[in-house]
Design a protein around this ligand. Structure first.
Ligand code: C5P
Length: 218
């Protein structure tokens, strides 16, 4: 039996995570937060003090790191047995993730880890290249975006709510830099997959976005 896959791609802070989790829960499907795989690798690389210019050292960390995902109500991620969930959302983790995600060999090593999430009864996969590279045959594809200013505001609110320090102008600059890096890289750049439903959530409520995505599946 074919396993249904819904891909949700878009830039950082567009609400992919919240929407994907809600849709996966509603459908009873599995959920892949592919960004958290790149983020976990970033944490491992930073922890080991690996030079970000040393591609082969980063690839070797990617090959040897042991990741466990516990996705019940909240996502819990363990790296080599240690709970790293609290570090996943940090802006520094995201920026490092976007630097190492531009390395083709890193993407190749992480491809299978992501495809392994495709299991019955179905999968909601959230990222940048879910519909273009990782699950090109997915039946349903969404591209979810919002203006950079709106995304920066949301990220700021999220960080403050979690008790982290945050600075809105800096977050805006970081988001714009990350957009540029993710869109301009040669390997699997952020792009709208053919046939994807394009949703700009800048002026939409979360519930409206979730409803639009669920309508696509129905
Ligand atoms: O989505 P999130 O902000 O968690 O992703 C962190 C970084 O990981 C992104 O900026 C991007 O560079 C990289 N990423 C990627 N491909 C994915 C998911 C994330 O390159 N499918």
């Amino acid at each position: 039996m074919a396993i249904p896959v819904l891909t949700i791609d878009g830039p950082s802070g567009a609400g992919k995570g919240t929407v994907s989790r809600a849709v996966a829960k509603k459908l009873g499907w599995n959920y892949l937060d592919s960004g958290s795989i790149y983020r976990s690798l970033a944490i491992a690389v930073l922890k080991q003090g690996v030079d970000l210019a040393d591609e082969s050292a980063i690839v070797s960390v990617a090959q040897t790191m042991a990741l466990e995902f516990d996705c019940h109500d909240e996502l819990v991620v363990r790296l080599d047995g240690v709970d790293i969930t609290a570090k996943l959302g940090l802006e520094s983790t995201g920026s490092t993730a976007s630097i190492i995600a531009a390395l083709p060999e890193v993407r190749r090593v992480l491809l299978q880890k992501q495809q392994d999430f495709k299991q019955l009864p179905g999968l909601v996969a959230d990222g940048r290249d879910m519909g273009t590279v990782v699950f090109p045959d997915a039946k349903n594809k969404v591209f979810l975006t919002a203006s950079a200013a709106e995304r920066a505001k949301r990220r700021y609110k999220q960080l403050i709510e979690k008790g982290n320090d945050a600075n809105l102008p800096r977050i805006t600059t970081e988001i714009e830099e990350r957009d540029r890096r993710d869109s301009e890289r040669k390997n699997a750049p952020l792009a709208v997959a053919g046939g994807a439903l394009y949703i700009d959530s800048s002026e939409m409520t979360l519930d409206a976005v979730i409803e639009e995505v669920l309508n696509l599946i129905r």
